[in-house]
Write a protein that binds this ligand. Structure first.
Ligand code: COI
Length: 358
């Protein structure tokens, strides 16, 4: 953390920060401090922890016109003894740099990325919530700040981390899924696997349709055949079929979710079978009708696990059975949250302790 410069107002700003609201929700409140660093002439400048403030941007900044931008979503938890732990942050650091390569942006050295995350958490310690599933949600991102309307990779960038004391992404209700048969989110060879704003922007028109017809989330199918399940805009997908977990195999059109990976590891540790395979939407819907697909869920850093209530496809509703104790999905959800909050032993290397700042 010593390589992060700290503005003298940081401790005072955090000490004065209060959230009166009893329901934190997701991404509604922000720590009053943020990390910033500038990249130019082929290198990163100083990483500093500063007061949260608007960013000065030239109206010609390439991010505003050509969307050269990437981000991450990560969580830091407060254990019962007050210690903070980040959940698998090295995986986010690696994915961030993978997204950077796809978007012709500079990589952030992994240790510097981790130190910057640790610094904003350490200095935000007093405002990290500690109830079941609550966390400090970190949003590291990078934007192309170079001014100019020519379409070419920028040479100047800004790296920022903001942090949000957050509760659940969903209110706890299970989710109604709309199967998108026409639009696509991305195509092979595109940037679907990168965590870049454009992929989320591409989902919004269909998301509007999803909401208009009374559903909550859009399910994306593959671009070539419009047949195989890919992901849900901001989350990965799992179906539970005859007691086993089935999830689409990762391709360059699917985000490699860290929660997805953790669920696969956890399910296998629990003795459940997990299949990563091509998953046709018609097959899943048919198995729902036959009562063999008993549960389905979406997962991501923000949402953890959100169970699916029903699918709407071509005007027909496919309801999943209501399971009184929430079934396998809710057991996995609680196990993951217990691990993240330090209430259950974590597999080796999953929790990254946040040292106190000096
Ligand atoms: C996350 O889960 O962290 C994401 O980036 C997805 C977004 C829906 C919040």
């Amino acid at each position: 953390m010593n390589n992060i410069q700290v503005h003298p107002d940081v401790p005072k700003l955090v000490a004065n920060f209060k959230v009166e609201d009893t329901s934190l929700g997701f991404g509604k409140y922000y720590s009053p401090i943020m990390i910033t660093a500038k990249y130019s002439k082929g290198q990163w400048g100083k990483f500093s922890l500063e007061p949260y403030a608007p960013i000065p941007l030239d109206p010609c900044a390439k991010v505003l016109h050509y969307a050269q931008e990437i981000f991450e979503g990560m969580k830091t938890f407060k254990k019962k003894n007050g210690d903070l732990v980040m959940f698998r942050p090295e995986m986010n650091a690696r994915r961030f740099n993978m997204s950077a390569r796809r978007m012709a942006m500079p990589e952030v050295p992994e240790q510097l990325y981790l130190d910057a995350c640790e610094a904003i958490c350490a200095y935000s310690k007093s405002i990290v919530p500690g109830k079941n599933g609550e966390s400090l949600y970190l949003r590291p991102f990078m934007i192309a700040t170079e001014a100019g309307l020519g379409i070419k990779p920028a040479t100047e960038f800004m790296f920022i981390i903001i942090a949000s004391p957050s509760g659940g992404y969903f209110s706890g209700e299970s989710v109604k899924v709309y199967v998108e048969r026409k639009d696509i989110r991305c195509a092979p060879g595109g940037m679907g696997y990168a965590k870049t704003g454009g992929n989320y922007a591409a989902s919004l028109n269909s998301y509007k349709k999803t909401l208009d017809i009374g559903c909550d989330q859009t399910m994306w199918l593959d671009a070539l055949e419009h047949k195989y399940i890919e992901e849900m805009s901001g989350m990965n997908f799992f179906a539970i079929i005859n007691g086993a977990l089935h999830t689409p195999t990762l391709t360059d059109t699917i985000l490699d979710g860290i929660t997805r990976k953790s669920i696969i590891d956890l399910a296998r540790l629990e003795g459940l079978e997990v299949f990563e395979r091509k998953l046709a939407v018609d097959e899943v819907l048919d198995l729902v009708t036959k009562g063999q697909c008993t549960e389905a869920f979406m997962c991501g850093t923000a949402a953890v696990i959100a169970p699916v209530k029903s699918f709407l496809d071509k005007g027909k509703i496919f309801e999943l059975p209501i399971i009184a104790d929430g079934g396998i999905s809710m057991k996995l959800r609680q196990k993951l949250i217990d691990i993240q909050c330090g209430n259950h032993p974590a597999p080796e290397g999953w929790l990254y302790p946040v040292k106190n700042h000096q």
